[in-house]
Design a protein around this ligand. Structure first.
Ligand SMILES: [Zn+2]
Length: 132
Protein backbone atom coordinates (compact mmCIF):
# COMPACT_ATOMS: atom_id res chain seq x y z
CA UNK A 1 0.00 0.00 0.00
CA UNK A 2 1.26 3.46 -0.89
CA UNK A 3 2.15 5.66 2.05
CA UNK A 4 -0.44 8.45 2.26
CA UNK A 5 1.19 10.79 4.77
CA UNK A 6 4.75 11.99 5.14
CA UNK A 7 7.20 14.79 4.68
CA UNK A 8 8.09 16.13 1.24
CA UNK A 9 10.78 18.83 1.07
CA UNK A 10 10.30 19.64 4.74
CA UNK A 11 6.50 19.98 4.62
CA UNK A 12 3.96 17.47 5.94
CA UNK A 13 1.86 16.10 3.10
CA UNK A 14 -1.36 14.12 3.39
CA UNK A 15 -2.54 12.56 0.16
CA UNK A 16 -6.28 12.34 -0.56
CA UNK A 17 -7.51 8.80 -1.30
CA UNK A 18 -7.56 9.46 -5.05
CA UNK A 19 -3.89 10.63 -5.26
CA UNK A 20 -1.93 8.17 -7.39
CA UNK A 21 1.48 9.52 -6.35
CA UNK A 22 1.61 8.73 -2.68
CA UNK A 23 4.48 10.16 -0.66
CA UNK A 24 7.00 8.11 -2.65
CA UNK A 25 5.74 9.62 -5.92
CA UNK A 26 5.83 13.17 -4.56
CA UNK A 27 9.43 12.67 -3.40
CA UNK A 28 10.33 11.18 -6.79
CA UNK A 29 8.93 14.27 -8.55
CA UNK A 30 11.12 16.43 -6.34
CA UNK A 31 14.21 14.36 -7.21
CA UNK A 32 13.34 14.72 -10.89
CA UNK A 33 13.53 18.50 -10.62
CA UNK A 34 9.99 19.66 -9.93
CA UNK A 35 9.56 22.76 -7.77
CA UNK A 36 8.49 21.77 -4.23
CA UNK A 37 4.85 22.95 -4.60
CA UNK A 38 4.59 21.21 -7.96
CA UNK A 39 6.08 18.02 -6.49
CA UNK A 40 3.48 18.11 -3.69
CA UNK A 41 0.56 18.46 -6.11
CA UNK A 42 -1.83 15.53 -5.85
CA UNK A 43 -2.92 13.91 -9.11
CA UNK A 44 -5.55 11.27 -9.73
CA UNK A 45 -5.32 8.59 -12.34
CA UNK A 46 -6.54 10.02 -15.62
CA UNK A 47 -9.71 8.64 -17.05
CA UNK A 48 -10.42 8.67 -20.70
CA UNK A 49 -12.13 7.17 -23.60
CA UNK A 50 -11.93 7.00 -27.32
CA UNK A 51 -14.51 6.82 -30.05
CA UNK A 52 -14.00 6.01 -33.70
CA UNK A 53 -16.71 8.28 -35.06
CA UNK A 54 -18.83 10.89 -33.34
CA UNK A 55 -22.44 9.91 -33.89
CA UNK A 56 -25.83 10.77 -32.51
CA UNK A 57 -26.36 8.27 -29.71
CA UNK A 58 -29.93 7.46 -30.71
CA UNK A 59 -30.13 7.88 -34.48
CA UNK A 60 -26.58 6.94 -35.40
CA UNK A 61 -26.30 10.07 -37.56
CA UNK A 62 -22.61 10.80 -38.17
CA UNK A 63 -21.40 14.17 -36.86
CA UNK A 64 -17.66 13.74 -37.36
CA UNK A 65 -15.77 10.89 -38.98
CA UNK A 66 -12.51 9.82 -37.43
CA UNK A 67 -11.26 9.09 -33.98
CA UNK A 68 -11.60 11.31 -30.97
CA UNK A 69 -10.99 10.96 -27.32
CA UNK A 70 -10.75 12.63 -23.96
CA UNK A 71 -8.83 12.45 -20.74
CA UNK A 72 -9.87 13.89 -17.42
CA UNK A 73 -8.21 13.88 -14.02
CA UNK A 74 -8.22 15.57 -10.64
CA UNK A 75 -5.46 17.73 -9.32
CA UNK A 76 -5.12 19.50 -5.99
CA UNK A 77 -2.45 21.81 -4.69
CA UNK A 78 -0.46 20.95 -1.57
CA UNK A 79 -2.83 22.91 0.68
CA UNK A 80 -5.86 21.26 -0.95
CA UNK A 81 -7.53 24.63 -1.41
CA UNK A 82 -8.45 24.02 -5.02
CA UNK A 83 -9.62 21.02 -6.95
CA UNK A 84 -8.78 21.20 -10.64
CA UNK A 85 -10.57 19.20 -13.27
CA UNK A 86 -8.52 19.10 -16.42
CA UNK A 87 -10.16 17.89 -19.58
CA UNK A 88 -8.36 17.26 -22.85
CA UNK A 89 -10.03 16.29 -26.03
CA UNK A 90 -8.21 14.88 -29.01
CA UNK A 91 -9.61 14.86 -32.50
CA UNK A 92 -8.11 12.61 -35.12
CA UNK A 93 -10.25 13.09 -38.19
CA UNK A 94 -9.83 10.54 -40.97
CA UNK A 95 -8.48 13.21 -43.31
CA UNK A 96 -6.24 14.93 -40.74
CA UNK A 97 -2.51 14.03 -40.97
CA UNK A 98 -0.98 12.74 -37.73
CA UNK A 99 1.00 15.94 -37.16
CA UNK A 100 -2.08 18.13 -37.54
CA UNK A 101 -4.31 16.41 -35.02
CA UNK A 102 -6.31 18.77 -32.92
CA UNK A 103 -5.86 18.86 -29.14
CA UNK A 104 -8.01 21.01 -26.92
CA UNK A 105 -7.48 21.41 -23.23
CA UNK A 106 -9.35 23.19 -20.50
CA UNK A 107 -8.64 23.44 -16.79
CA UNK A 108 -11.53 24.15 -14.46
CA UNK A 109 -11.22 25.06 -10.80
CA UNK A 110 -14.35 23.45 -9.40
CA UNK A 111 -15.79 22.45 -6.11
CA UNK A 112 -17.12 18.91 -5.99
CA UNK A 113 -20.67 20.32 -6.10
CA UNK A 114 -19.83 22.33 -9.19
CA UNK A 115 -18.33 19.24 -10.84
CA UNK A 116 -21.51 17.24 -10.17
CA UNK A 117 -23.73 20.06 -11.45
CA UNK A 118 -21.62 20.43 -14.58
CA UNK A 119 -21.78 16.68 -15.25
CA UNK A 120 -25.57 16.66 -14.86
CA UNK A 121 -25.97 19.67 -17.14
CA UNK A 122 -23.74 18.16 -19.82
CA UNK A 123 -25.84 14.99 -19.81
CA UNK A 124 -29.00 17.12 -20.05
CA UNK A 125 -27.60 19.07 -23.00
CA UNK A 126 -26.41 15.92 -24.78
CA UNK A 127 -29.88 14.38 -24.34
CA UNK A 128 -31.51 17.52 -25.78
CA UNK A 129 -29.29 17.35 -28.84
CA UNK A 130 -29.67 13.59 -29.36
CA UNK A 131 -33.46 13.70 -28.88
CA UNK A 132 -34.24 16.58 -31.23
ZN1 LIG B 1 -0.60 13.03 -3.02
Amino acid sequence: MTKRRGEVAGVDVHCPPWCESGIKGHRQALREGCEPDQARTHLSVDLGGQVDDIRNYLTGRLFRPGQGGWRVWLEAGPLMTTLVLELRTITRGKNIPAGKRKHNSVRLDLTTDEARSLAAQLIHLADREDLR
